[in-house]
Design a protein around this ligand. Structure first.
Ligand SMILES: [Zn+2]
Length: 478
């Protein structure tokens, strides 16, 4: 598991701020939470703190689910509810605080992504979701993609159900949110003369026992929701309508008690499965998907490179060879190119070794650049030995549109031992035993490039080449 690419998923709610470390498959590996607050600056600070607590070298990106209207493509919050993040540049500021790519989206879109990946809508292609909480959120997926329209499609809480109804915060009257949300349920209860502490479960119990008031409240709450669902079904013709949010299950139950109708437009209606976890899981999955699609959204015919990265003695050569054999992609190792020159030229000092290293690095990318379009190479090097900007330069000239990184590492003491054991096999010009303390220090601060998707390999453990190959097939498209 530690070798998978991971993301941090964040769900901003009116009561709680949730964050979790999410695996490639949507599993929650760790979770933290904080209290929410109406002050957006305070919320941003708490989010940054949660990210800091969950962050690690395997984290490729961060996803944030935001209540309200969100322009996901332009990463802008257009309006919010209890926490209005429209005034803070959430994505940009979090990105610079965390040093990771950040994607944002409406919270219900995030929840639907999670439910489609591993919840109540798994295997379904066309799904409509309502989240019933303080307000009513909505999301629509067609062919497993979120329907966005110009930017904010799917705000199903603003389907009109009463032309002369209550004024909604959107500026219209009688949106379903004004009559079928959690807030509205409180209003129905109060208007019926019941105390504010009556729970929805008590209403069901009273209704089952024949209490007309309780039945009337549930009917007034659920009937407009039924109308909104039927409207959404007529518009999108989904296989499934999901009801999520804190009151999703209750709404599902209340709908079942309504008289049956047989309109033209019908779809199965089910409660969502993932509960409060849907938001963070969906946010994490969206973040990972965006990293993959950004890495692959390069010019057609571009070349691709698997960057097998790690400091000397990190075990990266074994990993690179294994990948090359399994995937059938040619291997270019820095040492393979450099060593014949070192041997032929002989008597080299460390500075000369470095010069040859730089030349070999350039040679690798020249070879890649000569390959046919679409070719994929496995490149074995300690990429930290040269500036990142130089790598970007080389990649640009070589026409490499997509990279994936395999980060190989082991504790400093292990590296020292491996390095010592191989001293007599290294050609002259390689630094000798005097390099070992430096290597141990380097092990402490060496970091992956984090360019594109990242797979983490602890080389003190048996290397799971099946997992690496499967991951590469997933992230390297085309
Ligand atoms: Zn409205």
């Amino acid at each position: 598991m530690p070798h998978k690419s991971m993301a941090i998923g964040i769900d901003i709610g009116g009561t709680n701020l949730r964050a979790a470390l999410i695996s490639h498959s949507g599993e929650i590996l760790r979770r933290v939470s904080e209290k929410s607050a109406p002050d957006p600056e305070l919320v941003l600070g708490r989010i940054a703190d949660m990210v800091h607590r969950l962050d690690g070298p395997q984290v490729a990106a961060i996803g944030v689910g935001v209540p309200g209207r969100v322009d996901a493509e332009n990463r802008a919050v257009l309006s919010g509810g209890y926490v209005d993040l429209a005034s803070v540049a959430l994505a940009h500021r979090l990105e610079s605080m965390a040093g990771r790519p950040v994607v944002i989206d409406n919270d219900c879109n995030m929840a639907l992504v999670a439910e489609m990946a591993l919840g109540a809508a798994s295997g379904q292609a066309n799904v409509v979701m309502f989240t019933i909480g303080t307000g009513i959120g909505g999301a629509v997926a067609e062919g497993r993609r979120i329907v966005r329209g110009k930017a904010t499609a799917g705000q199903l809480g603003h389907i009109g159900v009463e032309l002369d109804g209550e004024v909604c915060k959107c500026g219209r009257r009688g949106c379903v949110e004004t009559v079928s949300s959690g807030t509205a349920l409180g209003g129905h209860i109060a208007r019926a003369g019941l105390g504010p502490d009556v729970s929805v479960d008590q209403l069901f119990a009273r209704g089952a026992a024949g209490d007309a008031t309780a039945r009337g409240i549930l009917d007034a709450w659920a009937r407009p929701l039924r109308a909104a669902i039927d409207t959404a079904v007529a518009m999108f013709n989904p296989e499934l309508v999901l009801l999520g949010g804190g009151l999703g299950e209750a709404a599902h139950r209340a709908l079942a008690d309504l008289p049956a109708l047989a309109p033209w437009y019908q779809a199965a209606v089910q409660p969502a499965k993932l509960g409060d976890d849907a938001g963070v899981i969906g946010a994490g999955l969206q973040a990972l998907a965006s990293v993959v699609s950004q890495a692959s959204a390069r010019p057609a015919g571009g070349r691709r490179a698997v960057l097998v990265n790690g400091i000397p003695a990190s075990g990266k050569s074994t990993v690179a060879r294994g990948i090359s054999e399994r995937m059938g992609w040619p291997l270019l190792a820095l040492d393979t190119i450099k060593n014949p020159f070192l041997e032929a030229l002989g008597g080299a000092d460390r500075e000369f070794n470095r010069t040859l290293g730089r030349a070999s690095y350039a040679a690798i990318w020249l070879v890649v650049g000569e390959a046919p379009a679409g070719a994929t190479f496995v490149v074995d090097a300690w990429f930290g030995f040269q500036p990142r900007a130089l790598l970007e330069d080389h990649l640009g000239h070589a026409g490499v549109g997509q990279t994936a990184e395999i980060w190989c590492h082991a504790p400093g003491e292990v590296l020292a031992e491996r390095y010592r054991a191989r001293l007599d096999q290294r050609p002259a010009g390689h630094p000798g035993a005097t390099y070992i303390p430096e290597l141990v220090e380097l092990a402490k601060r060496a970091e992956p490039l984090r360019r594109g998707p990242l797979f983490d390999v602890d080389t003190t453990k048996p290397i799971d080449f099946d997992a690496i190959s499967q991951w590469l097939r997933e992230v390297m498209h085309g």
